[in-house]
Design a protein around this ligand. Sequence first.
Ligand SMILES: [Zn+2]
Length: 218
Amino acid sequence: MFAVLSDALALILPVDCAGCGAPDSALCETCADLLAAPRPLRHVLASGLVVHAAFDFADRPARALRALKEEGRTSLVKPFAAALAAAARAGFPDAGTLFVPMPTSAAAFRRRGHRVVEAILDRSGLPTLTVLRRIRSTRDQRELGRVERTRNVAGSLLARRRLDGRRVVVVDDVVTTGASVSEAARALREAGAEVMGVACVAHTRRSGLIRDTDLNPG
Ligand SMILES: [Zn+2]
């Protein structure tokens, strides 16, 4: 409903492309083509978790993702959902794998009025298991360095029920140091799940992520 509304508003209000700022289109043709053709990337976090991302968190995809998250440009849910699905299916092809969204914090929900990760995952067509819950509030990770982030989120998530024998993948919109998704993996393992890794829309190049090419030079 939000997407329909925002498309309708684009007809009557001036709007710039969410990816590049070009005038008169919510998403220009170049940016739409770019989002429609993700080139999934595989990385390994310091915690050993494998991350499959649809995009680098840079340039047009990063700008469009910020527009979705911070400006409520919810017409972007659809292209990002398709990109996430492509990366997740390529990275985790096993049938029976369930995709678990990172829960949106109460503060982020109040600020944005929507749950970004859940919305993208809902639209992706991936089999979803919404099972994580926040058991204590945390500080905004954006203010913190890597070590502080890990400390900030430690013990903050809990699986609502036992997941023995389930194969799961943690899903987030943006992975930076991986502290949040690593905490999710811990909570899921504690509930008995086998955590296959992480699927995300975009990852940043900040420390905490090691490229495969760095692990296997040449
Ligand atoms: Zn554009």
